[in-house]
Design a protein around this ligand. Sequence first.
Ligand code: SAH
Length: 355
Amino acid sequence: MIDIKSMTQEELGVWLKEQGEPGFRAKQIFTWLHRGATSFEEMTNLSKPLRERLSAQCVITHPEVARKQVSAQDGTIKYLWRLLDGNCIETVLMRYHHGNTVCISSQVGCRMGCAFCASTLGGKVRDLTPSEMIDQVLFTQLDAGVSISNIVLMGIGEPLDNFDTVLRFLELVNHPDGLNIGMRHISLSTCGLTEKIDKLAEHRLQLTLSVSLHAPDDETRSKIMPVNRGIGVEKLFDTCRRYFETTGRRISYEYAMIDGVNDSDAQADFLAQHLKGTPGHVNLIPLNEVKESPLKPSRRVAEFQRRLERQGITVTVRRKLGGDIDASCGQLRRKAMGEGSESPADKVRPDGRKD
Ligand code: SAH
């Protein structure tokens, strides 16, 4: 079956033409799909024979709400979606004064192995498709009855480990006949896959790249982020500088503050030294505790912030939303899975090879 919502409007046009359909059908079908149609029956401006032919050849993905939690504190909504094959992923809707933002997943699980992250505990099960990424925005919008203006790719998974899908998703979500969300309203967060960051730079997209740094020195970073072992922070910073030079876009460095691990004065100074002269800013994140991990939130966030600022670094501290509903990604999915592991899990070992 053809996953029709993963096709661009141009591809749809070519495919329909091969079947003797006029060019304007592509725009009609694309518009229906990206408004949330879940069957061809609904597409009343298409002829019945065409609708029947499409139904026989194509699937229209649409997730089902497996669980939904609404924060009593701030209205944040967390969705656990069940995909057509039974796998579950999470999406979070956050309401900020500048608009509604969704945090979406890019994979079922994750193989990056970060020590503080709940999404990686069961390994990666599979990549999402472009349509499954679109669906998270689309069906959150429809279910919650809100209009979404911003997207962050910060949910479950490593977006640059599903590179082609993510690029296609960006093209689809940006389309004027689709959700029409501008690149400047999209952030992509990566654990720092340097080759892929270089590849992304070639596309010169106007999105915001967030790099999950979490430590400025190799010893600490390799301990909490296995992906660093094959790369190293020097190479990562070089790549980030190059990214800025190519795209003109400042990088946002994510830094989850962990007690006694990455919150010392020496680490603040080391970070400031590295970032001097590189346009970018640091986003300090109060660590969300994950039950399976011994890591605790730092008590030095304000001091760390001041120390960086005194050295000329721009720093923000992430406001915590949805604290009462497990809003950090990965946690709800694990709960729903009974904290067990899914198979076949696909984890990367420290040497970069798969188990
Ligand atoms: N794989 C991508 C995107 C998903 S994680 C990445 O690594 O950037 C989204 C962000 O949440 C990352 O910055 C990640 O490091 C951070 N994060 C994961 N677990 C966390 C936790 N327990 N507390 C605070 N931040 C966490």
